[in-house]
Design a protein around this ligand. Structure first.
Ligand SMILES: Cc1ncc(COP(=O)(O)O)c(C=O)c1O
Length: 485
């Protein structure tokens, strides 16, 4: 029987509550049958990687509300009579009205979905990841460009007849990619999307049928994993080492036909590993031999520190296997909701049609503004400035972590991007670390939910781009005080 419950140590609701909700949902959906024995608190706590006390608290709640029943000497059971007869399985199913109310398979798959939540934003110092230094964004230039287009341009109010997205923006992106990533593409291979998340979702809809095997990095980006699962994919988690995804493990999956592989080669999410050139070449050989498509999510490749850039997979791809995606969420600001897909030519039309069905187009005014912002050199100027700033912040962070945590810490993936990962060598589980950090006024993200195959403890994703030097030093100091005294 299925007692797996997705837990998110970073969610605002406490762990016991998440376990309580998970079990209650399973009972109401009939996934746990009336009268069924439930595991002991010890067994479930081991299974879920939480303390026994946490599970005991959720059991106590379920007992008090009548979902569970304890029989002395025998154990704990799902109650035969569910409170208020709420169980969906016990309701008469035959009336046409109720049949109409059932969800699609896609809808069902989203019920237990846990939208990815950053650490508590109310923490005075939050090491949340993926957030650029928004206070450094050149808002006055953006404002000028906005008013220029509002004044001069009535097209911004209408549907864009160009299904691929605003042509000058696609041209500006093609030039930018050629300059910065050596990715040479035709603007007509580019589709403008509402952020990389939409690019991933469209790829999942277009490429995956229910039951198709999709290989993903483990640990990996939750937004991709969830989009593939919602589409009915069978996930094949592949380990990651310091050179990125382990291609040897991928090759061992044969004869399972892998339809799609999702990778973050420039800065593996979340470990920060940069995929070596030899791995990239191995990966392309693997894709050629299997016929799999690959999504290259280049979400923050602009930020590299002291290393020569390694060519994008897309640049090395001679067989049109790579769907390359980028976003302006990290280099500009996430609320912009503009990203892009560079597609093999034969996929362009179908992606355009899918995008049209989902939301017609991304906001046109912002596309006009962004096209000018890139063409007039503001984008690259801003990136250069931010690269310098983030590099400084990164150095302050690494120094502070090593100084205060000394032998209790290993730092990983610090040579690129806007976050790094730490392994804390302490005798505390992640929920305890997060709760102690919170008492210290620090927001932290556990890496555990990003793993599929193992419940790794002690790893945390540390975003630093939006914090100034004082906040970083203060945050690390306070964290160390609360965690190691
Ligand atoms: C690895 C990765 N890919 C994609 C995204 C999504 O970015 P967007 O805001 O463009 O949807 C994120 C956001 O944090 C990310 O970390």
């Amino acid at each position: 029987m299925d007692f797996a419950i997705p837990l998110n140590p970073n969610a605002p609701s406490p762990m016991y509550r998440q376990i309580y909700e998970g079990l209650r949902r399973k009972i109401l959906a009939g996934k746990l049958a009336p009268g069924q024995r439930v595991p002991s608190t010890r067994t479930l706590s081991q299974q879920l990687g939480v303390s026994r006390n946490t599970v005991a608290q959720s059991y106590a709640q379920l007992l008090s509300e009548g979902y569970f029943q304890a029989i002395v000497g025998s154990g704990t059971f799902v109650c035969r009579q569910i409170p208020d007869d709420l169980s969906t399985t016990s309701q008469p199913k035959s009336t046409p009205k109720q049949l109409h109310r059932s969800l699609s398979i896609y809808g069902e798959s989203l019920i237990d979905f846990d939208p990815f939540l950053p650490p508590d934003p109310t923490a005075p110092i939050s090491f949340r990841y993926g957030r650029p230094a928004l206070d450094e964004f050149p808002l006055s230039i953006w404002r000028q460009l906005l008013s220029r287009h509002c004044r001069d341009n009535s097209d911004i109010l209408d549907y864009n007849p160009d299904l691929l997205g605003h042509r000058p923006l696609r041209e500006a992106i093609a030039d930018y990619l050629a300059r910065s990533r050596q990715v040479n593409c035709n603007p007509d291979q580019i589709v403008i999307v509402s952020g990389s998340q939409q690019a991933i979702d469209l790829a999942a809809r277009i490429l995956i049928n229910r039951g198709d095997a999709v290989a993903i990095e483990d640990p990996g980006y939750l937004g991709a994993r969830q989009a593939f699962v919602a589409q009915g994919a069978e996930l094949c988690p592949i380990s990651v080492d310091e050179s990125g995804i382990v291609v040897e493990e991928l090759s061992k999956l044969a004869p399972t036909p892998i339809k799609l592989l999702y990778v973050t080669p420039s800065h593996q999410f979340p470990t920060g590993a940069v995929m070596s050139l030899s791995r990239r070449l191995e990966l392309l050989t693997w894709a050629q031999s299997t016929g799999a498509f690959m999504i290259e999510d280049d979400y923050d490749s602009e930020y590299r520190y002291g290393e020569h850039p390694i060519p994008a997979l897309k640049e090395l791809d001679k067989n049109n296997a790579v769907l390359y995606m980028g976003t302006f969420s990290k280099v500009l600001f996430p609320a912009l909701r503009i990203g892009y897909l560079v597609l093999p030519p034969n996929l362009v039309q179908v992606f355009c049609h899918a995008k049209w069905l989902v939301d017609r187009q991304s906001p046109l005014l912002e596309q006009y503004v962004l096209a000018d912002f890139i063409a007039e050199g503001h984008l690259e100027r801003h990136i250069r400035r931010m690269r310098h700033l983030y590099d400084q912040r990164r150095q302050v962070l690494v120094k502070a972590l090593l100084y205060h945590f000394d032998k209790h810490i290993n730092i990983m993936g610090e040579n690129a991007g806007m976050h790094l990962m730490i392994q804390l060598n302490l005798s505390l589980n992640d929920a305890e670390v997060i709760s102690k950090a919170y008492q210290a006024g620090i927001g932290l993200t556990s890496a555990a939910p990003y793993y599929i195959q193992s419940s790794r403890q002690g790893q945390f994703i540390i975003g630093y781009a939006e914090l100034n030097d004082t906040q970083i030093k203060q945050g690390v100091y306070q964290l160390a005080q609360f965690l190691i005294g």
